[in-house]
Design a protein around this ligand. Structure first.
Ligand SMILES: [Zn+2]
Length: 425
């Protein structure tokens, strides 16, 4: 079968809309994928799972002293809401939360640099802050050319405690700090809701070793404001092309192809799939995940969450065929993590975009215009080639092991140590 980048790009164009986990738009994307799956003669399995989310009600940060000005913020989803009339407290810019900054944070609404890690959040709780504000965006943005993002206080953070939180544009944070704000009123209100998201799976039974499974996966949801062409309609359409190949060329081992929902909210789709199919995972020899592809200006990598032998094998495959892929043994923040966590070796294919400053994913600029049919086909060729190598091997090329150095990284990513300490308390 000839890989058809144009066909891939056409499917990508059909999915070119914002598809946040658990929304009607995400389900519309699922229906588009299922229609395509049926058109190539396969029957999709649609599996629903529930996710925790929130509706935003109000977000405002008003500086009360020494000047008066209101700024738009977004409430952190699932953070504790402030009273309706707002929370009034002294304001403090705690930068990266050094020990000295933490001494000054008690009883205050604290602004921190950038993103809120678990480590930062724990420090804020311990310091006795009454609310937090994070910032996003860049200093060169304007309200016309950018969006104010919504963040979620993820369950791993909420387990340690909850407090009101909000996100603000970095340009507004600059205004507040430069003008020496000392007292603010934060109104950040959100209502928790449960939504339904979906995974789609197709199974093509192996002709010789049906009990052995190689799976291909990738998420099809996107974040707010993002049409998610690069991240990850591209991986979704690559996996469709791979499905076509195995319909035309029945595989020796069983091939499963999966499109995950709600990856962007915390790998919810792949976590749900692994939880619902745990007894089957012993038959899974490898999971091949594609998350980000298709950009014209960029570079391809493979991140192998498996043994050194598996990594060397993948690298040797790329060299033998002359593919430009940087292969390393490492983890990657995507749907491969829940599989690796259960002992399934995983290989992540990623075509990163090359750009100077600022990200072009997870925002309104992740658009199909930055991608091409040729670039999609280029990545498809070696993802499929590598997959065929595994699926058709007489003896599987590497053992089904996730070595300790990778387990350590996966555990760290999943914050297992911190969560275990919490359980002990
Ligand atoms: Zn992604």
């Amino acid at each position: 079968m000839e890989i058809n980048g144009k066909r891939e790009f056409e499917l990508l164009e059909k999915m070119s809309f914002v598809r946040m986990g658990g929304t009607a738009e995400e389900f519309k994307a699922a229906e588009i994928l299922m229609e395509e799956i049926r058109s190539i003669g396969l029957e999709p399995a649609l599996e629903a799972f529930e996710i925790e989310d929130a509706d935003l009600v109000k977000g405002e940060l008003e500086v009360l002293e020494p000047f008066n000005k209101k700024y738009t913020v977004t409430a952190y989803k699932l953070s504790e809401s402030t009273p309706e009339e707002g929370l009034i407290a002294p304001f403090y810019y705690a930068e990266n939360l050094t020990a000295a900054d933490l001494e000054n944070s008690k009883g205050k609404i604290v602004l921190v640099n950038g993103y809120l890690s678990l480590d930062m959040y724990k420090k804020l709780l311990k310091a006795g802050a009454v609310g937090f504000v994070t910032m996003s965006g860049t200093m060169i943005e304007t309200e016309e050319n950018s969006d104010l993002f919504t963040r979620t206080l993820r369950d791993t953070l909420r387990k340690f405690g909850n407090m009101p939180g909000a996100n603000i544009r970095v340009t507004d944070a600059f205004d507040i700090v430069a003008n020496g704000a000392t007292k603010v009123k934060l109104t950040a209100i959100n209502t928790p809701v449960t939504r339904t998201s979906h995974n789609i799976t197709v199974t093509i039974k192996g002709t010789e070793k049906p009990e052995e499974v190689v799976s291909f996966g990738g998420h099809y949801d996107s974040v707010e404001f993002s049409k998610g062409a690069h991240d990850n309609a591209a991986g979704s359409v690559i996996n469709m092309e791979i499905a076509r190949y195995f319909v035309e060329n029945p595989p020796k081992r069983t091939v499963q192809i999966m499109w995950y929902g709600s990856e962007e909210m915390g790998l919810f789709g792949s976590k749900a799939w692994v939880a619902a199919h745990e007894d089957e995972l012993k038959n899974h020899l490898c999971m091949i995940n594609t998350d980000m592809a298709g950009v014209v200006i960029g570079y391809d990598v493979a991140r192998v969450i498996a043994s050194k032998e598996a990594t060397a094998h993948c690298d040797a495959f790329m060299r033998r065929h002359g593919y430009n892929v940087g292969v390393t043994q490492d983890i990657y923040s995507s749907d491969s993590i829940p599989f690796a966590d259960k002992g399934v070796p995983a290989v992540n294919f990623v075509r990163f975009g090359h750009h100077i400053g600022g990200t072009l994913i997870h925002c309104r600029y992740d658009i199909k215009e930055h991608l091409s049919a040729e670039a999609l086909a280029k990545t498809t060729k070696f993802v499929l080639g590598y997959g065929v190598e595994l699926v058709e091997s007489v003896v599987f090329p590497f053992e089904r092991v996730v070595p300790s150095e990778m387990v350590e990284k996966v555990d760290k990513y999943l914050m297992k140590k911190e969560l275990a300490e919490l359980d002990k308390k």
